[in-house]
Write a protein that binds this ligand. Sequence first.
Ligand code: NAP
Length: 338
Amino acid sequence: MATTFRTSLLGGPGEKLEVRDVQSTQPALGQILVRNHAVALQPLDAKMLVAGYGPAASLKHPAVLGTSGAGVVEAVGEGVAGIEVGDKVVFDTKAYVEPAENRLQGTWQQLVICDARTTAKIGDTAFDQAVLINFPLQTAVAALHVFLGMGVPGSGKEEEKVLIWGAGGAVGSYAVQYAKSVGYTVVVTASPRDIERQKRLGATAVVDYKSTDVIEQLRQQGPFKYLFTASGDASSQQALAALLPDGGKFASVLPAGTDLPANVEIVYAAFSQAAQKDEHSDWRAWWYEQYLPKVLANNLVETVKFTKVEGGLASLQQANQDVFDGKVRGKLVINPQE
Ligand SMILES: NC(=O)c1ccc[n+]([C@@H]2O[C@H](COP(=O)([O-])OP(=O)(O)OC[C@H]3O[C@@H](n4cnc5c(N)ncnc54)[C@H](OP(=O)(O)O)[C@@H]3O)[C@@H](O)[C@H]2O)c1
């Protein structure tokens, strides 16, 4: 039976979001229908909405943005095992992977249909906490583990070092905690005001990324087995390349923004969407069935700061503008049911 619910539609590139009533459909084979209680705004969302960045270029309109959410399962399609009506879940959609095909499956709406395989049960974890963790932690772990080959918790060596550049943000903070949990010694760059928190998260040394001698300070801390820029800006990419005088590779959350030496490889991908791809099906199963539920159930990571924005879907436009304008520290979380 169809249910009326509110969605937030983007009518065309550069347009303002419009909140509208629409009718639900039923989940197909392998899918579930979730009543969505929390979304966390990511820089990618804001860049897509405000500046038509990345996957926004392939959208067909009207479209619903947002790729992660958390809520309660309302219906289960055929062929779904292990997830039942009433389960509390955190989930990802294909909204940013195949944006034209899945233009109405984003999470900026009250009811969302998603693939059961990209859904994790969250038990008693609050919806806010689940969405604060899933997308940026998944980005960090995909970059470090899937794309750089770091390994799983407990498999690393303390005498080997990892560098996380730009550890102040969500992806960076979670990357520090993951690398530490794997067992490596972690060196970070961050703002001086963040030193205490970075040490608590697992950093052994914290270098100010704005210091004029940042590269020299990092050279003294190295060498590094794995290098990751979680800010992804061009100067971070140049700095990481400078720390690889004999060549090598580093991962970056943003594509190459500068010329790099021929012997340095930049590893860039849509890390946050890696689990949507069948080539990563083993990783997907590990992430949603084992690792993420364990992290949530045992509070294995310290979450980033967040602000709850009142007003539900109607507040999305301004909140994303604030993220885009760099006015927000931490994440903004919105409840589409309000
Ligand atoms: N490729 C992917 O799959 C993927 C996935 C997720 C995110 N991203 C991208 O990754 C970036 C970070 O995302 P996020 O969610 O972590 O953002 P965030 O939580 O908003 O992090 C922003 C923080 O990063 C630090 N920062 C900003 N610019 C920096 C710079 N130039 N150098 C060092 N640190 C800097 C600042 O902290 P301090 O002032 O405390 O230093 C800032 O508050 C965004 O550009 C996002 O689009 C890519």
